[in-house]
Design a protein around this ligand. Structure first.
Ligand code: DLL
Length: 450
């Protein structure tokens, strides 16, 4: 583990046609990966126990000392860490290093209460840049590519995370951030960007504006790869973005509490996202019982960091719902794959007993005739039942007198695919708010605390 700072855009040593950026770790046999994980898990528990009072108190209460970690299964004896722990110890109470020894802070605002603050040593930033470079490479980015980075810069980890990863890869970064969508289009064209980094919803907003300006990004731009994440998105949305931008759309996952973007990323096979197991230990648990689930079963993703110095995380409950497989991947990488994150536990709606994630509604809507791929779900309480109105938009050029008929067809389609009854409102083109970062998919009008 290096302790240098990330402000050094080291050029990657790999030739442009190699299959992996760091083959020595990306294709490490699983037994050796497990041995490395165990060694690092022990160090992480020691770091947490020695330096973070909350972790020490919880480990002591559970009767576990760092020396008790003898196998990877012992991770199940460790207490969980929750997002509320970070909030309750705002701002620096979970840090394992004095703040003066850190190199950077990030924070996420959240909808209520105090923000969640995360910190990094120079060594943490160095590892992050490496993992993000590895992720970009696995998605198809290469040294020398112009990387147009439309993730928001600032406290959000997307902008700077992608930025330093692209530099580490040897890319030429355009630090655009979100917003100024017209300018995004002209710079993508003028600078001949090959790689676009943004949320999937913002990629669509860029595509839409280009079309309005008469620019055909699919035909005339140099874009080939999109690295999309930070929010759930469906395969239908992937097809839509691929067609409109003329690129291969790659799913990339991460969260600030664990690091930021680059915790897991798809390879060229798009068959799940390789989670980088030399730096993280992944589990899937039953969210109700907290028990670890066997491989392949859907549940809540739990991550333990293995190399973080400033903010070691023991069994962090992500609230993200997914499945894990360790089956070999055709790309040759040995690191496990998490399947597409369909949504967060907190975003799940229960409509007359049926569990639904907004991304499942998206999968039905996107690609339907006359409907544009923009939507919001408005959730209200009618008596004791939740009620959802799906607001979506007509494609430009559709006669407004046809909107009601289209709405009925969409409601029918949602009922037959997902088994839930919804009201559907078709709005005029441009009426659904466009995102510049994470899209707001749900407007929750239910009374609070009920
Ligand atoms: O969104 C980090 C990131 C930036 C990831 C850019 C990828 C690209 P947070 O703001 O802390 O960090 O939000 C983390 O976003 O727990 C998931 O619920 C969601 N999320 C992130 N990536 C994906 C994805 C960044 N590919 C939260 N698919 C996570 C689905 C995702 N959900």
């Amino acid at each position: 583990m290096s302790t240098s700072t990330t402000h050094r855009p080291a050029r990657a040593a790999q030739p442009a046609d190699a299959r992996h950026l760091h083959p020595e770790v990306e294709t490490l046999p699983r037994e050796r990966l497990a041995a490395l994980q165990l060694e690092r898990l022990r160090k992480t528990v020691k770091n947490a126990w020695e330096n973070v009072p909350l972790h020490r108190a919880r480990l002591d209460a559970a009767g576990i000392s760092p020396d008790d970690i003898r196998s990877l299964d012992d991770v199940q004896r460790l207490p969980f860490t929750l997002k509320t722990d970070l909030r309750d110890h705002y701002p620096f109470g979970m840090f394992a290093r004095p703040v003066g020894e850190l190199a950077r802070l990030h924070a996420s605002s959240g909808t209520t209460g105090k923000p969640t603050v995360v910190g990094y040593t120079g060594g943490d930033l160095d590892n992050w840049a490496d993992l993000m470079a590895r992720s970009l490479y696995s998605g198809g980015a290469r040294r020398g590519d112009v990387v147009h980075n439309a993730y928001g810069y600032g406290l959000f980890t997307g902008g700077l995370g992608a930025h330093y990863g692209a530099e580490r890869l040897g890319g030429v970064v355009v630090p655009m951030s979100g917003g100024s969508t017209e300018r995004q289009v002209s710079l993508i064209m003028d600078f001949r960007a090959r790689v676009l980094c943004s949320t999937p919803s913002y990629a669509l907003a860029i595509a839409e504006l280009a079309e309005q300006q008469g620019v055909d990004l699919a035909k005339d731009s140099a874009l080939e790869v999109g690295m999309f994440g930070a929010e759930p998105w469906s395969d239908a949305m992937r097809r839509e973005i691929q067609a409109r931008l003329g690129i291969r759309a790659v799913d990339i996952y991460g969260l600030s509490e664990i690091m930021g973007p680059g915790v897991a990323c798809e390879c060229e096979h798009h068959a799940g996202l390789h989670g980088w197991e030399d730096h993280f230990l992944f589990e899937v648990i039953d969210p109700d019982t907290g028990r670890q689930l066997p491989e392949g079963e859907a549940g809540e993703l739990v991550i333990t960091t293995l190399t973080k110095e400033a903010l070691p995380m023991l069994r962090y409950r992500t609230r993200d719902i997914t499945r894990i497989t360790t089956a070999p991947c055709d790309c040759g990488r040995t690191h496990l794959r998490i399947l597409r994150v369909t949504g967060r536990n907190d975003d799940m709606l229960i409509i007359r007993g049926v569990n639904v994630y907004p991304s499942q509604v998206e999968a039905v809507l996107v690609g339907l005739e006359n409907i544009a791929p923009h939507y919001q779900l408005v959730v209200e309480r009618h008596g004791r039942l939740d009620h959802v109105t799906v607001e979506t938009e007509a494609q430009p050029g559709v006669d407004p007198t046809a909107y009601d008929g289209i709405a009925r067809k969409v409601a029918h389609q949602i009922k037959s695919m997902l088994g839930i009854s919804t009201d559907v409102v078709v709005k005029r083109p441009g009426e659904i708010p466009r995102s510049q970062g994470k899209a707001v998919r749900v407007r929750d009008l239910r009374p609070k605390g009920v």
